[in-house]
Design a protein around this ligand. Structure first.
Ligand SMILES: Cc1ncc(COP(=O)(O)O)c(C=O)c1O
Length: 451
């Protein structure tokens, strides 16, 4: 067991950390201390497994992230990295966008959290803005603290509205890891230790509307009617799979025919990531419930939402306490989300994602064609891009090579063969060129090592 510090020691230690947070510059000794304490803390108090896992990028643990701005971040030693991972889709506005920061700081200087009892204004104002920017007749929002909570809320609302119990999700889906959302998530390694999960849940192949129809009709036949079909318009963690054209419109039609709600999980695809404000707009499909998270907080605050129509929301009105969370929709998180909406619209970041994403994808495809022994395919939509490698090991070597050369990417949690490229939507073509040049040099090295 690790020896415990006394209260006096804890005061001194926490003060040292607070002083360090307040510092603009660290001395070399302080930097070394930060690395040492981080590794020790992960080993003894977070999870030593991360030290092994993180080796894929930070081989000697010296790269401990420290500060960030725009498209880049620095480790504690000042080495600059281009962020092509974007926190798995958090940083649509870039790291610490000045307008989002200002909103949060201004709000913090007045009030941080809400009383939980009075009407809090920013929640109301943000809900109105969300109704303005979301498609169709989506009108009411419940604000959460994370993506998984947005899914939990959507699952509960679907049961409430339909009075039905079953759900349909897709193979390769990722919707989060709390018990409800994990029931929809598809990878066995995450699910198996926790079975039995929420039931009934059926998983159908993504992109196959006929398979969905079969399940919906057999569920209706056996009397286990489906409350909701839950899908990501572009599967993220599953390896960047874009819904084939015609798929979501057919899903919409099937949901209507069988009386199931369509829940679109835009936790990762929302807020401009795929080249439209919401990915469902690519196919003119309006869900019954839309789930948000990740970039919704402008890359500064954690906040998510589930959004639905006035008709469906009626179930929540008689008792608004039926579903609550203490911190969801708090004033600082709402301030960040309001700023994020403002920035994404004002800077037309969704358009930028479409144009720069197309440019980036073309570059990734050229390289995939040039190095077929390494790459299988490059795919994606907007700035939600992925490259599938021939093997997990090759993907790992590429991620490692990029990191050594100042570019952060990561293999996906579910599909380690596919590396995601999800930079901030503020990335410029010149920065994409830099990444592509580095990527080519890494491919060359990897190809050479294959002989
Ligand atoms: C599509 C999708 N849904 C839900 C989640 C869960 O979000 P969170 O990690 O904030 O709980 C994720 C996270 O990666 C996601 O990509």
């Amino acid at each position: 067991m690790v020896p415990r510090a006394s209260y006096e020691q804890v005061i001194a230690e926490s003060q040292k950390i607070l002083d360090m947070i307040a510092k603009k510059e660290l001395t070399p000794e302080e930097r070394a201390w930060v690395v040492e304490e981080t590794v020790r803390g992960f080993r003894d108090h977070v999870n030593p497994g991360f030290l092994e896992y993180r080796k894929s990028v930070s081989t000697d643990y010296t790269a401990v992230e420290w500060d960030d701005r725009g498209v880049t971040f620095k480790d504690v030693h000042g080495k600059v990295f281009i962020d092509c991972l974007g926190g798995y889709g958090i940083y649509n506005c870039g790291h610490r966008h000045p307008k989002v920061m200002a909103a949060v700081i201004n709000q913090l200087e007045r009030q941080a959290l809400h009383s939980q009892e009075l009407l809090d204004p920013l929640r109301a104002m943000l809900a109105k803005l969300v109704a303005d920017i979301t498609p169709g007749d989506l009108q009411y929002s419940f604000f959460t603290n994370s993506g998984t909570e947005s899914i939990e809320g959507a699952m509960k609302l679907a049961r409430l509205h339909t009075g039905r119990k079953a759900y349909v999700a897709a193979v390769n889906a990722f919707h989060g890891k709390s018990m409800g959302s994990l029931s929809l998530t598809s990878k066995s390694v995450f699910r198996k230790p926790y079975l039995p999960l929420l039931a009934p849940v059926h998983h159908v192949p993504f992109g196959d509307a006929d398979a969905l129809e079969k399940v919906l009709s057999s569920c209706a036949f056996v009397g286990e009617d489906v409350a909701a079909v839950v899908l990501e318009p572009v599967q993220g963690e599953g390896g960047v799979h874009v819904a084939p054209d015609g798929y979501l419109p057919r899903v919409r039609e099937l949901c209507d025919r069988y009386g199931a709600l369509l829940v679109l999980d835009e936790v990762q695809t929302g807020m401009g990531r795929t080249g439209k404000m919401f990915a469902c707009e690519h196919w003119d499909v309006v869900p019954d419930i839309l789930c948000l998270g990740k970039a919704f907080g402008g890359g500064v605050m954690p906040i998510g939402a589930f959004v639905s129509t006035a008709e469906i929301w009626e179930e929540m009105t008689p008792n608004p306490f039926l579903h609550t969370t203490t911190f969801g929709g708090n004033p600082i998180a709402c301030a960040a989300a309001i700023a994020a909406i403002n920035v994404i619209l004002e800077e037309k970041l969704y358009e930028k994602a479409a144009v720069v994403g197309d440019y980036f994808l073309r570059g990734l495809r050229v390289l995939a064609d040039r190095y077929p022994q390494v790459c299988q395919e490059a795919r994606g939509l907007g700035l939600m891009l992925g490259v599938e490698y021939r093997t997990n090991e090759l993907g790992y070597e590429v991620a490692k090579g990029l990191f050594e050369n100042g570019v952060l990417v990561a293999g996906t949690l579910i599909n380690a063969k596919t590396i995601r490229f999800e930079p901030p939507l503020t990335i410029e073509k010149e920065e994409v060129d830099t990444v592509l040049n580095i990527l080519e040099s890494v491919y060359q090295k990897v190809a050479r090592s294959m002989g």
